[in-house]
Ligand binder design. Structure first.
Ligand code: NSS
Length: 432
């Protein structure tokens, strides 16, 4: 049995003969010497084959190998200061494990549609690998932070009988004799119930919105983490978001710096993400926008261009808080100081990345909540259990949802959410 080594471990194996296996990233040959760049998921290494020094059969095999073929290579590890990983392989053997002819993605510019059509293969490119690694770190950081802060993970259903956010963007499916089920837009309503049991809780999973918009910031399936905390008011909620986001950024900088560099991310922009974040009420935001030539009227939600204008020139995220009732979901707590508004916030990331978090204090008054459900024309009978939370030991509580793809897109400094998840789901894309 051959013991295969990982490319990432090669620097400790200088001088030793090793066997590796992986895929061929690049291959070129001068006729006397060949360079094969091997990739195995842990790293890349250049394998150098010298015709005079290896068996003829090996040289012939090399000639038949295609881009992205799976191979095993044997050779001696050599320290080489010029190599990106600090080592090279002086190779003596190669074996084809899985042939690859005419790999569709070539080292030239391809259109986005073509790349998305070939997403299953596009994932192997260096940029996509770097993005997936940053995403993994963001998710680990989310879980570690919440774990250290004493949160309990509560998994919430994906098939639901109640509308979570708004009726406009629901995926529906028939559900046996019970009528229509909706794919969850949020786990929030359920973590509210769990917060009365456990205090600090969160759910983390895929959420679904039938977004008809073809913007670069919307997917139809996206991952969201939703912490919910008993006794937190809206200010406590923003303070938690601030610490949460700072922690995630720090972790990505600490553990994924190489990947950020591979993506040409301007790292200084992430290093600037420190508390305190900026804060501005919705009303102040509208005044600011109007003074700067925007057409916005008090009462309507902020659009992407408005958000971009608000964060222009800022180094840290901006909280916009206390939006008008009509622009936000039914469950948000009416602001006692200005009942036209609700106690909520969006967190807008700098550099034009826009809304990454939406959060609020929840309406804890039974009758007011019922009134809001009626005003919104929501099916009252589906919210009986949710109203019960206000009947049996109602409590001040707040929470928020952080979109993983928006966060990853911002961390990576990329343009579009579609690259922040391995297999994006959008209005016109269901495959691969
Ligand atoms: O609609 S949100 O603003 N808020 C909620 O769903 C609340 N129920 C969260 C809560 O308080 N527990 O969505 C939250 C975040 C938003 O800021 C984005 O980062 C992300 O979820 N989001 C999306 N990401 C990608 N694609 C789409 N379509 C999308 N919609 C929201």
């Amino acid at each position: 049995m051959i013991e295969y080594r990982s490319i990432e471990d090669l620097p400790e194996l200088a001088g030793e003969t090793v066997a590796l296996r992986g895929w061929i990233r690049r291959f070129r040959s001068s006729g006397k010497i060949s360079f094969l760049v091997l990739r195995d998921g842990t790293g890349e290494v250049q394998c150098v084959f010298v015709k005079n020094e290896i068996e003829e059969e090996v040289w012939e095999t090399l000639d038949s190998l295609g881009h992205e073929a799976a191979v095993s290579v044997t050779g001696v590890v050599r320290v080489d200061e010029r190599a990106p990983s600090g080592v090279e392989l002086t190779a003596t053997g190669v074996q084809l494990l899985g042939a690859s002819e005419d790999f569709p993605i070539q080292p030239k510019e391809h259109g986005t549609d073509f790349l998305l059509e070939n997403r299953h293969l596009w994932l192997r490119s260096s940029r996509q690998i770097a993005i997936m690694r940053v995403r993994d770190e963001v998710i680990r950081a989310i879980k570690d932070f919440l774990h250290h802060e004493g949160f309990t993970l509560v998994d919430t259903p994906i098939l639901t009988g109640a509308i979570g956010e708004s009726a406009g963007t629901l995926f529906e499916t028939e559900y046996f004799d019970l009528g229509t089920a909706y794919l969850a837009q949020t786990g929030q309503l359920y973590v509210e119930a769990a917060a009365a049991a456990l205090g600090k809780v969160y759910c983390f999973g895929p959420t679904f919105r039938a977004e008809k918009s073809k913007t670069r910031r919307h997917l139809t399936e996206f991952w969201m983490v939703e912490p919910e905390v008993a006794w937190n008011d809206s200010d406590d909620n923003m303070a938690l978001q601030e610490r949460f986001v700072c922690y995630i950024v720090k972790r990505v900088l600490y553990n994924r710096r190489e990947d950020l560099e591979a993506l040409d991310r301007d790292i200084s922009k992430l290093e600037a993400i420190k508390p305190p974040f900026d804060r501005m009420s919705y009303t102040e935001a509208v005044e600011f926008l109007q003074a700067n030539g925007a057409e916005i009227e008090w009462g309507s939600d902020l659009g992407a261009p408005d958000e971009a204008k608000l964060v222009e020139g800022r180094d840290v995220p901006l909280f916009v808080y206390d939006y008008p009732k009509g622009a936000k979901a039914f469950y948000m707590k009416e602001n006692p100081e200005d009942p036209r508004t609700v106690k909520c916030n969006d967190m807008l990331a700098p550099e034009g990345y826009g809304e990454v978090i939406g959060g609020s204090q929840r309406e804890d008054d039974h009758d007011r909540l019922l009134e809001r459900i009626r005003e919104e024309g929501l099916p009252e009978e589906s919210y009986g259990w949710y109203l019960d939370l206000r009947k049996y030991g109602t409590f001040v509580h707040s929470g928020f949802g952080l979109g993983v793809e928006r966060t990853v897109t911002w961390m990576c400094g990329i343009d579009h959410l579609r690259e922040s998840i391995a297999f994006p789901r959008m209005m016109q894309r269901l495959t691969p």
